[in-house]
Write a new protein. Structure first.
Length: 86
C-alpha cells in the first residue's frame, strides 16, 4: 500500500517556528497555523500574564469547544434534513 504524499512546511505560531507535516495542502496547513496564532494572540491580549504553556492550553480548549459546538450544530441540521425526507 502506498501512503498519500505528506506536505511539510514551516510555520510560525506565537513567535516560534514549527515544522508541520500533513496530507492537507500547504495553504490549508498555513491557514490552520495562522488561526492558532491569531487565537493565541487574542487570548494573550486579554491575559498578558499567562505563560506560553497556559496560553497554549487555553487556545486548545477554545478550539475544542468551537469544534464541539459546530459538530452539535451539524448533527442537529442533519437530523432536521432526515426528518424532512421522512
Amino acid at each position: 500500500m502506498s501512503n498519500p504524499q505528506k506536505n511539510r512546511t514551516t510555520v510560525e505560531i506565537y513567535g516560534q517556528q514549527y515544522v508541520i507535516l500533513g496530507k492537507e495542502s500547504l495553504s490549508h496547513i498555513r491557514l490552520v497555523a495562522s488561526l492558532v496564532d491569531d487565537k493565541m494572540r487574542e487570548i494573550s491580549s486579554k491575559n498578558p500574564s499567562l505563560s506560553v504553556n497556559k496560553l497554549a492550553v487555553l487556545t486548545a480548549v477554545n478550539a475544542v469547544n468551537d469544534y464541539i459546538m459546530i459538530k452539535e450544530q451539524l448533527e442537529r441540521l442533519q437530523n432536521e434534513l432526515k426528518k424532512e425526507k421522512d
